[in-house]
Design a protein around this ligand. Structure first.
Ligand code: NA7
Length: 532
């Protein structure tokens, strides 16, 4: 007879920022929580993405946990934007500091999960057998399933090829090599300058140019660090209240209401501040095409002023989407890299990659030869990791079938027909449109309080009603279509994956507004849910 599956109160999938914090919170309740992850280490996305140049594009003093004041005060980031090794060290430190490892099971992949109606629990299949849990939390991240385009001939390539999100743990030395990079999103833009500095020859294949703002990264200034730490609580509260989960001030004026000189001065100021603050220069940049174009042209002029070959500069200028509607990139020396004699930009907009050969790739009838090829081709975002698991709710309803035309959720956290399932930073939550840390902490605290409250009341299930879910889907859609975002063929829209439904995935109404909605739902006795 097979052994009975191990049972826990809560099963969390994913040892990234959200899974680790949720485990810590639940520990403080009289609940047994267990966390599994397919990786051999904690870290989530910061374990897998270890390509050269990988770092966070949100400042580390904001992109870090706020839940523990001692941790916040004691930890020191070495640079303004931490690189991947430092963020991974931080997550390992957190796992040790809060003694989380005793409830973490690594190298454990979840393949299927089924709601057992009679027992009111989830039966979860892993490569190490079955687990059961009353509450099932998918903390699997928004960008966890790499997108590797199936170019014909890839298995023929005699050189080495890498996806940036599955980088060898020992690193790669490109010294003396001819290297090709496919993709110019945030990842490509981070890695291209680093690879260019090492390789003998680098060729970049660009399908869509992106807008990128300088990070102005550098060593942490001890005075600035101390000043922030003195008001850390206030800045965290500001981040939670605002639309982006970050702390830069949102402009209250419109780009078209001020003179051209004032507009340029504000763009220049934000450009030198760096990162996503640029998008908040004026409050109509993401809603008004004409306003957006003023910001877009400002960035194009920066590209023209940086790249010495005018033809290359023009190829790097984005025209096919409003600024910000594909995720804004944040770089260190990206545009200047094209001034190096060993870097070539190949525009593949009208000449897609035809095939990979033994020695390289063919596009536009020309063959390019390489020793190594880097795929910086992104992810099956937001829904990818959730649908990678065969999740079945009431009446054996499959999540894959339910979401075949696009995701449905209530608050981006729950799905009707799937009781006691929580999808952290799932589609319909602010997640990728915000500082993820702020959204993650909000989700974790809401889910922890929900599970804690129900458990104290002796209640065993919570499930979104169809009406609440339909209303939320509508709100997610309406908020998005009040902006310019749906105009871009972005991964926010699922447009980067052939055949994926075109639905705007994150909630764009803002972190502060979302947090208030979630708090009110809980305060109204979990309005929009059936609790039993
Ligand atoms: P992105 O932003 O999805 O970028 C992927 C890049 O790869 C982008 O330039 C794509 O061009 C390109 N791509 C994808 N498929 C192909 C094919 N078939 N042929 C040529 N080029 C292709 O992923 P990133 O990893 O850069 O960033 C994802 C997020 O991770 C980032 O926003 C941060 O939040 C962290 P396209 O634009 O689709 O024309």
């Amino acid at each position: 007879m097979a052994a009975a599956p191990e049972h826990r109160d809560v099963l969390i999938v994913g040892a990234g920022f959200s899974g680790l914090y949720l485990l810590h919170r639940l520990r403080q309740r009289d609940l047994q929580a267990h966390l599994v992850d397919r990786a051999p280490s904690v870290g989530g996305t910061w374990y897998w993405n270890r390509y050269p140049g990988c770092r966070c594009d949100v400042e580390s003093m904001t992109y870090s946990y706020s839940f523990d004041e001692e941790l916040e005060q004691e930890w020191s980031w070495s640079t303004r934007y931490a690189d991947q090794p430092e963020i991974l060290r931080y997550l390992n430190h957190v796992a040790d500091r809060f003694d989380l490892r005793r409830d973490i099971q690594l190298e454990t992949s979840v393949t299927a999960a089924r709601w057992d109606e009679d027992a009111s629990l989830w039966r979860v299949t892993t490569n190490h057998g079955e687990l059961t849990a009353r509450w099932f939390v998918m903390a699997t991240g928004c960008l966890s399933i790499p997108n590797t385009p199936r170019f014909p001939g890839l298995d023929r390539f005699d050189g080495a090829w890498y996806h940036t999100a599955a980088w060898p743990e020992d690193g790669v030395d490109f010294t003396g090599q001819r290297v090709g990079v496919i993709g110019t999103g945030s990842t490509g833009i981070q890695t291209i300058p680093q690879v260019a500095a090492q390789a003998e020859q680098l060729t970049v294949f660009q399908r869509t140019p992106n807008f990128s703002i300088p990070a102005w990264n550098g060593p942490m200034d001890p005075a600035a660090e101390a000043a922030r730490k003195a008001i850390y609580r206030e800045t965290r509260a500001t981040a939670r209240r605002g639309p982006t989960g970050d702390i830069w001030p949102e402009s209250t004026s419109t780009a078209l209401a001020v003179s051209a000189e004032e507009r340029e001065a504000e763009y220049e100021r934000r450009w030198h501040e760096g990162s996503f603050s640029f998008l908040s220069s004026f409050h109509d940049i993401t809603t008004d095409e004409t306003a957006n174009e003023t910001a877009a042209e400002f960035v194009r002029n920066k590209i023209r002023a940086t790249v010495t070959d005018p033809a290359v500069a023009e190829l790097l200028c984005p025209y096919n989407h409003p600024l910000g509607t594909k995720r804004l990139c944040v770089d260190t020396d990206y545009y200047a890299t094209y001034n190096r004699p060993n870097v070539t930009l190949v525009d593949i907009k009208d000449a897609p990659i035809e095939e990979i050969t033994e020695t390289g790739l063919i596009t536009g009838g020309t063959e390019y030869a390489f020793d190594s090829l880097i795929f910086a081709t992104g992810f099956d975002s937001m829904t990818g990791a959730l649908l990678a698991v065969d999740i079945r709710g009431r009446n054996d309803q499959s999540l894959r079938d339910l979401w075949a035309e696009g995701p449905h959720s209530y608050l981006g956290l729950t799905v009707h027909g799937f009781p006691n399932l929580f999808t952290m930073t799932g589609p319909g939550s602010p997640s990728v449109l915000s500082n993820m840390m702020t959204s993650i902490e909000q989700h974790v605290e809401w889910v922890d309080e929900c599970i804690g409250h129900l458990s104290e009341q002796g209640q065993t299930t919570i499930e979104a009603t169809p009406d609440a879910q339909a209303d939320w889907d509508q709100q997610v859609h309406d908020e998005a279509y009040a902006t310019l975002y749906p105009r871009a063929a972005s991964w926010y829209m699922g447009a980067n994956i052939p055949g994926k439904p075109r639905v705007f995935l994150p909630y764009i109404g803002g972190v502060g507004k979302y947090t208030e909605i979630c708090a009110n739902v809980a305060a109204d006795g979990y309005r929009g849910f059936v609790v039993a």
